[in-house]
Design a protein. Structure first.
Lengths: 633, 423
């Protein structure tokens, strides 16, 4: 049998198979309609009956059973549809390829055709007319556009120099303005037919970029976003910028008792040697269970929380030798929470006040342990309405442990809260309900002048509280996206922001709504999605999801330099006079802060690293995917 | 054949329906680690991968030129086509592609602070360099957009030349529009409305899903509809191919004018040899030419003027102009609900006057751009009509280098052997 015939038969088989699959899909579609839980009339009738007789338990059980059946059927049909479509796509692709191959082998008969040049002149004349028709159509389109341009609401402001009214305050913008007098006007103008619909995608371009120093081969694919100037506001009417200081836990200044160090801002007082200048792996131990939380180091022990879908534990290792000191299981008490792979089952970093250690897990279980591993108390705050799983880390203030429990998608539902618990007993000291949506950021503690502030991030607010009472001190509105980075601060400013929103530089000396008076500058470029910013030596370092490390001037947010360092989830830390960070690939890099990207040293750990390292004394503790490393001289 | 076509057509309907249905729901929370592909812009690649792509592009161009000009094998060209669809399309998600690179190049000229990466410049230049020598070998089996159209063409329906010819001018107009919007900072319209992006990225907005479905459906019966009637990069390749020194030749030896190649070509790219009776009297041709040249000047001027007046409306697609219009609307109609962009603008305390000034500057620049676009459209139409009036002498069937996609279909149908014999 010739190859052509074979291909023809194969093509026929594929066509029949595709038709069969198509038929089955159609049948499945018809079947699924009757099981659509939104349209099942039986279900609706039972719901109505139950509403009329709420105490009818038998009816309630019947309804639950039917509801479950309907849902299972619906999901089954949906699964079948998706699998069928995938199979159909494969068959269709094969069919197209086989058909193309068959066409190349199709035998062609030789036969002379009469020359077609007699009609060539007519064709050319018609083609020319067609071209003029096209030109006329284009002219018509331009006339329509020109007409549309005349009725432009922008026209009077642009052509005639008409001044806009005074801009309204944010409170009025949110709908709390007094009712406007009734105005007899027609319907609003129709949606602009020329608008490209959605807000600009990442492929659209701001119009006025500053001069930036880019690396020669910064791969800017079609549609890559370009930087725009940060919006610098006029100096606020209040007094000069305050002096900010960290709130260091007493007796733990040299330890690493929480995420990003004792101050929570990623600045360490440690002095390890640089890679290539004495830094080496002192010990490396296997971590029994996975977890993306960062290690904490307190009183000579390195503490980790770890969990998978069946087990979870808290473990302590000797900081000097790496010896496992204790492992305390924390059994699941209810259903295992649904988390994303990036979050894992133990994303939140522990915290310690020097006497006790605290850990929280995505199901909302918060556990207090003594430093010997004994469980002192537990509190359960879950389950959470959180798409990726709860990941905010803990912090201690005095003898209290503070936990940010933000969840939900609608801030108005007020499902979120900020809670302070007594470390010894786990009892609630204070609690604040917050009108914010889900967040994965960890609060920041700092001192501004004489008052202490607890700065939190959750859309739509960057909000500061009194850590002793939970009373709100100030707020900045305008935060969006899905905050996972933590706020940071330097000597005078607080920095808070995340991808899909802005990075705000805030003067924290105000009170109330300081959106218009307290924000010194903001930028929407180089924003991080997970990595917390580092404010150090008059610069702010941001690490974006594409692995670009950007250095901005703290004064006005303008770009100093940017460099593609590689995908990174761990937050950078200022250690002494250098900046340390670890990429996802396990490359430990040390940079010199300044007006250009300069590496002082690098070291390969040979393992995926997503947790931020801890720095104590002359040692660095890095948690990899499978091991805990201790680096030192 | 018809049954096959009908069956294939029917396959698209549930795909589109399911695509619509899926897009009504928000993306689910995947616990299996599945990453939902971005329907908009893929994550920028490391520099090394960008250069690897350039290497693959160069290799594919060399192979395409070799297969078309030396091996003259449609089968091997199909293999290369499938590879290009798989690599540049599904694996690299259609970005960076040469079709969109035009805009990057334009922006690099228009905006001094924008630096064009060398890999993107390579994607822009390499196909054109090959076109200057060998014709549209890039279109033959390398471009992912052309590849998918080539693979799904099952029953080509021949579009009359007098329709296909004028429609073939649209890519030039689209090129002008893309240049205008890229240079003014309004956006990359070619990328935003890539008709096959929903297929290559396995997900998109409903509008783009429908666009992909429509183009795929059209590609079943119309040869390469996007390439012939829309592709702006194809307009550049067409012009470069006119200068090709070694384009594809249909008959390997002397043509016997059997017309089989012209019957086989689904793109109408093969021109017959000119015969004695073909030519109209010289004075008639001169009159036609003079008439068309006389129409050319007022056509260009008229379209340029219309383009000038259409500038403000064309500028509305720019995000800053959109914001300024919404601000103006909110000032004129305070009781109307405000858009999110206006609310954000107000909350951040930004100046309305500055927004209006920026919008005015953009409108002014787009006016000039609109006038240039109108003039360009006039030049294109005029040049086309004038070219129709010119006489060309051809001794054999030739593939017009500008419109020939070097698909190698005509090679198989040509009965002439390399030694001059007939098969």
């Amino acid at each position: 049998m010739s190859a052509y015939r074979l291909l023809c038969r194969f093509r026929l088989v594929l066509a029949i198979s595709s038709a069969l699959v198509l038929g089955l899909l159609a049948w499945n579609l018809v079947q699924s309609r009757s099981y659509d839980p939104l349209e099942a009339t039986r279900l609706e009738q039972m719901q109505l009956r139950l509403a009329a007789n709420p105490k009818d338990d038998a009816l309630r059980d019947q309804l639950r059973t039917l509801d479950r059946q309907v849902r299972e059927c619906y999901l089954h049909h949906r699964r079948v549809a998706l699998q069928g479509l995938a199979l159909l796509a494969v068959l269709a692709s094969l069919l197209a390829l086989v058909h193309a191959a068959a066409e190349t082998l199709r035998p062609r008969s030789y036969s002379a055709e009469p020359d077609a040049t007699e009609i060539l002149a007519q064709t050319r004349a018609k083609a020319a007319q067609g071209a003029y028709v096209l030109a006329t159509a284009l002219g018509g389109i331009l006339v329509v556009l020109a007409t549309l341009g005349r009725n432009d609401p922008l026209g009077s402001y642009v052509r005639e120099g008409r001044k806009p009214h005074a801009t309204e305050a944010p409170g009025q913008a949110s709908g709390s303005a007094p009712p406007a007098p009734p105005v007899a006007q027609g319907p609003l103008p129709p949606a602009d037919p020329l608008a490209l619909g959605k807000p600009p995608l990442a492929g659209s371009l701001p119009a006025t970029p500053p001069t930036t120093r880019l690396e020669p081969e910064a791969p800017a694919g079609a549609g890559t976003q370009r930087p725009s100037s940060p919006a610098v506001r006029p100096a606020p009417s209040k007094s000069a910028l305050p002096d900010l200081e960290p709130c260091l836990p007493a007796g733990l200044e040299a330890d690493w008792p929480r995420f990003r160090g004792p101050a929570g801002n990623g600045v360490a007082a440690a002095r390890p040697p640089l890679p290539g200048k004495g830094l080496k792996v002192l010990w490396k131990v296997a971590v029994p269970l996975p977890g993306w939380n960062s290690p904490i180091v307190v009183k000579g022990s390195v503490l980790l929380a770890m969990a998978d879908s069946t087990r979870r534990e808290v473990a302590a290792f000797d900081a000097r030798t790496g010896e496992l000191l204790w492992r305390t299981p924390i059994p699941y008490q209810g259903p295992v929470p649904r988390v994303s792979q990036d979050t894992g089952y133990a994303p939140s970093t522990m915290a310690s006040d020097g006497e006790r250690a605290y850990a929280i897990f995505p199901d909302g279980l918060l556990v207090g342990l003594d430093l010997g591993g004994g469980v002192l108390w537990t509190r359960s705050f879950g389950p959470f309405e959180n798409p990726y799983g709860h990941a905010s880390s803990l912090l201690c203030h005095g003898k209290n442990v503070i936990v940010q429990l933000d969840q939900g998608s609608d801030p108005e539902e007020k499902k979120s809260r900020l809670v302070a618990l007594d470390g010894a007993t786990g009892r609630t000291v204070w609690q604040v309900d917050r009108a914010v949506a889900a967040s994965w950021a960890t609060p920041l503690l700092l001192r501004a002048g004489t008052r202490e502030l607890l700065v939190t991030m959750a859309p739509p607010l960057v909000c500061a509280y009194d850590p002793d009472t939970g009373k709100e001190v100030w707020r900045v509105e305008g935060l969006g996206g899905e905050p996972a980075p933590c706020p940071a601060f330097d000597e005078h400013r607080v920095y808070a922001g995340n991808l899909g929103s802005y990075l705000f530089a805030i003067n924290p000396s105000g009170e109330g709504d300081i959106t218009r008076t307290g924000v010194l500058w903001d930028t929407s470029d180089y924003l991080p999605d997970i990595v917390s910013p580092l404010a150090f030596r008059e610069s702010v370092y941001l690490l974006g999801p594409d692995g670009t490390l950007a250095c901005l001037r703290a004064k006005d947010g303008s770009l100093v330099w940017e460099h593609r360092i590689g995908l990174t989830k761990a937050s950078p830390t200022a250690v002494g006079d250098a900046i340390w960070l670890v990429t996802d690939a396990g490359r430990l890099v040390v940079l010199q802060p300044g007006d250009a990207y300069r590496e002082l040293g690098a070291m390969e750990l040979g393992e995926v690293v997503r947790a931020s390292p801890a720095f104590v004394g002359d040692r660095v503790y890095v948690r990899g995917q499978d091991h805990l490393f201790c680096l030192g001289p | 054949m018809k049954r096959t076509s009908l069956a294939l057509t029917g396959l698209l309907a549930p795909l589109l329906a399911m695509g619509q249905e899926q897009k009504r729901q928000p993306p689910p929370d995947f616990t299996s680690g599945y990453q939902l592909p971005s329907p908009t812009t893929p994550v920028p690649k490391e520099a090394l991968f960008a250069w690897f792509d350039v290497g693959v592009l160069l290799l594919a161009l060399v192979l395409a030129a070799y297969i078309v000009l030396s091996r003259r094998s449609r089968a091997w060209l199909l293999v290369l086509t499938a590879f290009s669809a798989a690599y540049f399309g599904f694996y690299r998600l259609g970005c960076v592609c040469s079709v969109g690179s035009v805009q990057n190049v334009v922006l690099a000229f228009a905006e001094p602070s924008y630096r064009l990466s060398l890999s993107v410049a390579a994607f822009f230049l390499l196909p054109q360099l090959f076109a200057l020598f060998y014709g549209r070998v890039f279109c033959s089996g390398v471009c992912p957009l052309g590849a998918i159209q080539e693979l799904v063409l099952v029953k080509p329906l021949r579009i009359p030349d007098w329709i296909a010819g004028p429609l073939g001018l649209v890519p030039f107009l689209y090129l002008g529009l893309a240049v205008l919007y890229a240079s003014s900072g309004a956006g990359f319209v070619v990328c935003r409305y890539d008709p096959f992006i929903a297929l290559y990225r396995l997900g998109s907005s409903p509008l783009m899903a429908w666009l992909t479905g429509m183009f795929l459906a059209a590609s079943l019966f119309i040869g390469r509809p996007y390439c012939r009637f829309l592709c702006p990069y194809g307009a550049l390749l067409r012009m470069a191919s006119w200068l090709a020194s070694k384009p594809a030749r249909i008959a390997p030896a002397a043509c016997i004018s059997c017309h089989l190649c012209a019957k086989e070509c689904p793109y109408g790219a093969i021109l017959p040899p000119s015969a004695e009776g073909d030519r109209a009297p010289l004075h008639q041709l001169r009159r036609t030419l003079a008439r068309r040249l006389a129409v050319a000047v007022p056509l260009v001027v008229c379209l340029a003027v219309l383009g000038w007046f259409a500038g403000p409306a064309m500028a509305r697609v720019h995000p800053k102009v959109t914001l300024a219009r919404e601000l103006a609307l909110s000032l004129d109609r305070p009781e109307a609900p405000k858009t999110l962009a206006v609310e954000a603008h107000r909350r951040l305390g930004r100046s309305d006057e500055e927004a209006f000034r920026e919008a005015a500057a953009i409108q002014r620049s787009v006016r000039f751009g609109g006038a240039a676009l109108g003039a360009w459209a006039g030049v294109v139409v005029a040049a086309y009509t004038v070219s129709l009036a010119l006489r060309r002498r051809r001794r054999e069937y030739v593939a017009e280098p500008g419109t020939c996609f070097a698909c190698a279909r005509c090679f198989a149908s040509c009965p002439v052997l390399p030694n001059g014999d007939r098969s």
